[in-house]
Design a protein around this ligand. Structure first.
Ligand SMILES: C[S@@+](CC[C@H](N)C(=O)[O-])C[C@H]1O[C@@H](n2cnc3c(N)ncnc32)[C@H](O)[C@@H]1O
Length: 364
């Protein structure tokens, strides 16, 4: 028999969502007294800002790569969330701002825990970030040795983080999907489809790949694209010119190459990165010997992703700087970096690290 309905006034109020979790980070190893002397430190290649990245993005030049190492849902720093459920809202304004600043050639490297990334992924996708690959940083057994009571945590000890590669979805100058634009531009020329093969100097790859509209579509290599554009503009219907125009002129190999993110892989590197956590002289420590930031990333891993996705002189963003590891890796590789850090203590230690003048005293 159905239970009688209680009057509305006596029904428990439906909670739209659980109360906001704590965002106070786990105890910070070191806190400096006072404020940073200046809100910005820079040299020829890096520009480090004390402040909220959201207030700074509009003043930074367009990035070739964005290295995100923000909220993990583990209370890793003041402002991190206490679990993954609030991670999507945390990243929402950042993902939107990154999308506004990105060019077709921008790569996003998104560091997180596995569940933090899983929670954030739909937000990134909604803002036009297209998943490429998930790289796993395996810190090894040393990361947990002697430190874990598996009987009480009731799971296998976690020794990994992920660094996920995203690019922009390929779109044409008119906003159409790139593959649709390629075919419609060729059709506008009035030339037969098969002539595209000869134009590109390939047996059948132009028709089978570059102009294909299925999952077999393939981004035309820059030299092939330049040949395609040159042929179309030389032999296509005169009244329709220019064809394959980027910024008003037929695509050159260089302009076409800028239509997608760069990627180069060093020999032998896979998506599993075995690398112990930061230790030894690389670890930034306060005068008493305590590690300054719990989340300091290895310089070599940051160099790996920046080298893979940018060219010298290009711009790297590090919105959640901490000790500015990505900015310093970018500088070592001759890239320009723009980074932000909210916390005054981390900012000061990060600046001292960048300047090569370690802080010697508490409050220094
Ligand atoms: C996970 S840590 C980054 C550690 C860094 N990758 C390193 O190697 O030192 C995240 C940092 O982002 C900072 N942060 C969080 N939200 C921020 C925001 N909106 N703008 C700037 N910094 C922020 C936190 O204070 C914290 O130090």
């Amino acid at each position: 028999m159905p239970r009688p309905r209680r009057p509305a006034s006596r029904r428990p109020a439906l909670r739209a969502r659980r109360p906001a979790p704590s965002t106070v980070g786990r105890a910070k190893p070191v806190v400096l007294r006072g404020r940073p002397r200046a809100r910005r430190w820079e040299d020829d290649l890096v520009s480090l800002h004390h402040g909220d990245a959201l207030d700074l993005y509009a003043s930074w030049p367009a990035p070739a790569a964005i290295v995100s190492d923000g909220a993990y849902g583990v209370l890793g720093f003041d402002g991190d969330t206490s679990d993954h459920l609030d991670v999507p809202a945390w990243y929402e304004p950042h993902a939107a701002a990154w999308a506004r600043a990105a060019t077709p050639a921008t790569t996003l490297w998104f560091w997180n825990s596995e569940i933090g990334w899983a929670a954030a992924h739909p937000v990134l996708e909604r803002h036009g970030w297209r998943y490429v690959a998930c790289n796993v940083w395996n810190k090894g057994r040393g990361h947990v040795a002697g430190n874990v009571n598996t009987g009480s945590i009731r799971r296998f000890p976690v020794v990994t983080e992920v660094c996920v590669q995203y690019v922009r979805a390929p779109v044409a100058p008119d906003g159409a999907p790139l593959k649709a634009w390629l075919l419609s531009e060729w059709r506008r020329t009035g030339l037969p489809l098969r002539e595209a093969n000869a134009a590109c100097g390939v047996k059948d790859a132009a028709v089978r790949k570059y102009l294909d509209q299925s999952h077999l579509w393939y981004f035309p290599p820059p030299e092939a694209m330049a040949r395609l554009a040159a042929h179309a503009n030389a032999h296509g219907r005169p009244e329709g010119r220019p064809y394959f125009a980027l910024d008003g002129a037929p695509a050159t190999a260089e302009a076409w190459a800028a239509m997608r993110a760069r990627f180069r892989c060093p020999f032998g590197v896979t998506n599993v990165w075995d690398r112990a956590p930061v230790a030894g002289p690389e670890r930034v420590r306060a005068p008493g010997g305590r590690a300054v930031h719990l989340n300091q990333k290895p310089l070599d891993l940051l160099e790996r992703i920046i080298q893979a996705s940018t060219d010298p002189g290009e711009v790297v963003w590090e919105p959640f700087g901490g000790l500015f590891t990505a900015a310093l890796a970018a500088r070592r590789l001759g890239r320009r970096a723009f980074a932000a850090e909210l916390d005054p203590t981390y900012f000061r230690f990060g600046v001292a690290r960048a300047a090569g003048t370690p802080l010697r005293s508490r409050g220094g």
